[in-house]
Design a protein around this ligand. Structure first.
Ligand code: ADP
Ligand code: MG
Ligand code: ZN
Length: 481
């Protein structure tokens, strides 16, 4: 089985975050009542004229810059003709020979067999096109219904060279592309809402082969997990075919998430001839150098730059910086917290420690937070300046993250604020010892076990005055004297 080398190329589709659709003014937002976000243009009425959304073009170019592409100063739209009920026009406006972006590269990092690896995945092209509608299959009544809200939502298609050779690489690639698009501010990359999805092309070859094998394509995979499973199954299936002396058929296969298998959908022989031709209703795109420079300069901070800022300016370790940056929501949250309390290392430790621990325990998601970055910053500062103990800070955080609230108020309510009034501490301990003469005598007589009891009495009496650590120190001093 392992005698074959897998060859994998991806086509990633990402919906752009523009307010309106790519060729009309309908809202491009996800959701909405069925067919409530359509007009004659995006529902394909004859005689209507599309007008290109400049922001969509700009976003596609931004995506290109984020992935190290060259931008074509001259770019053309084409009609891709095919019939499907989710496409009322019976053609999709796309780009064939002159896409907006070409020749990019996306570096990936991934782990395979416990070893950390890196690789550069080449991008063949990124082009701008429109999304199709959605079919809702009502099996009960035996009908399919069409919702055209998604028709005309701007989409970029990112096409890689066949540079990947395992599921781990493909998964890392899609994750990296998602991250780049999110940092570039052009796509929210919510896979569960279909705003990013991938077509996966897989073939296998022998190490001695000089040409790639026949490939199959799995379309519209909408989770990282499904991408990995579809690839693994396909490598296995093709390997078994070749082992038996059979041939792989070039075809589109559907991945069945429940069975974890791929099934033949249609073969290339009867695949569509799209009869592409230049779209006559849309102007060609012409960029000047100045315009492209302006778009490039408007790009927000990208992951690599942010990692540099964290390591160089904040002194974080590369590992810590990468953990933060790998999640934009978390990283933005960290930045906001550092604004409120300028101690990046301390805040990073808390986020990568306590917050990540809660997230990994499944107690909370990165997205829904009951507390603000400022509140978290305040808590970290309180712990750093010993207004609360480090241990109590974790309890306070737990409450904050469950119910929200100001850490100082929570600390006060729970009696965890340290007043550091050592005079008061000494006084109270004195009193407790006087009230528990028998226990003190036992302790001094060598029975160390009663220390816990005495400590408990002191802690109860000193709740809200100081931390257990201070109590313990003071108590030990007193008992020795
Ligand atoms: P099409 O126009 O039929 O979609 P492309 O040449 O644009 O074909 O390739 C689509 C995707 O398939 C690209 O991501 C490419 O890297 C990948 N690909 C091409 N040949 C192979 C192969 N032999 N094995 C695996 N992937 C391949
Ligand atoms: Mg394709
Ligand atoms: Zn419309």
């Amino acid at each position: 089985m392992s005698a074959y080398i897998p060859v994998i190329g991806l086509e990633v589709h990402a919906e752009l975050l523009t307010k309106s659709k790519v060729f009309c003014t309908c809202s491009a937002e996800f959701g909405g009542g069925k067919n409530s976000r359509c007009c004659p243009v995006c529902s394909g009425m004859p005689g209507t004229l599309p007008v290109i959304n400049q922001t969509a073009v700009e976003y596609a170019v931004k995506a290109g810059f984020a992935m190290g592409c060259d931008i074509n100063k001259f770019s053309v739209f084409d009609r891709k003709n095919y019939f499907y009920p989710d496409l009322p026009k019976a053609y999709q406006i796309s780009q064939l020979n002159l896409p907006l972006c070409i020749n990019g590269v996306v570096p990936i990092e991934y782990e395979e067999d416990g070893v950390k690896k890196t690789k550069n995945i080449r991008i063949n092209r990124i082009h701008l096109e429109e999304d199709a509608g959605k079919l809702i299959h009502d099996d009960l009544n035996g009908v399919s219904l069409a919702d055209y809200n998604r028709c005309g939502v701007p989409l970029i298609e990112i096409v890689t060279e066949p540079d990947m050779s395992s599921a781990a690489e493909a998964k890392a690639f899609v994750e990296k592309v998602s991250l780049l698009l999110q940092y570039a501010g052009v796509c929210d990359c919510k896979m569960e809402q279909g705003s990013i999805r991938a077509d996966v092309n897989v073939s296998i070859m022998k190490p001695t082969d000089t040409e790639f094998g026949t490939r199959t394509e799995m379309k519209n995979l909408n989770s990282i997990k499904a991408i990995g499973r579809a690839i693994d199954f396909e490598i296995y299936r093709q390997g078994k075919l070749l082992d038996m002396g059979k041939k792989v058929v070039q075809e589109t296969r559907r991945f069945d998430d429940n069975r974890g298998e791929t099934k033949a959908m249609r073969s290339k022989e009867n695949a569509h001839d799209y009869r592409y031709f230049p779209e006559p209703d849309i102007l060609q795109v012409n960029f000047t150098d100045e315009q492209l420079d302006a778009i490039k300069n408007s790009l927000p901070e990208l992951p690599a730059q942010r990692i540099m800022r964290y390591t160089n300016e904040y002194g974080l370790s590369e590992n810590d910086a990468k953990i933060l940056v790998a999640n934009k929501i978390l990283s933005d949250f960290f930045d906001a917290a550092v604004k409120a309390y300028n101690n990046p290392k301390s805040i990073c430790n808390f986020i990568n420690g306590e917050l990540m621990r809660r997230i990994n325990l499944g107690e909370r998601t990165r997205e829904n937070r009951a507390f603000t970055a400022e509140q978290l910053a305040k808590l970290v500062e309180m712990a750093d300046t010993e207004k609360v103990s480090k241990n109590d800070a974790k309890d306070i955080f737990r409450e904050m993250s469950d119910k929200g609230g100001d850490p100082e108020v929570i600390a006060k309510d729970k009696g965890l604020l340290i007043s550091n009034d050592l005079g008061k501490v000494a006084e109270v301990i004195e009193k407790v010892l006087a009230e528990n003469e028998k226990a003190v005598a036992q302790y001094k007589g060598g029975d160390m076990k009663v220390f816990g009891f005495i400590m408990g009495q002191c802690t109860k009496a000193l709740k809200g005055v100081c931390t257990p650590k201070v109590i313990k120190e003071e108590l030990e001093k007193k008992l020795k004297s």
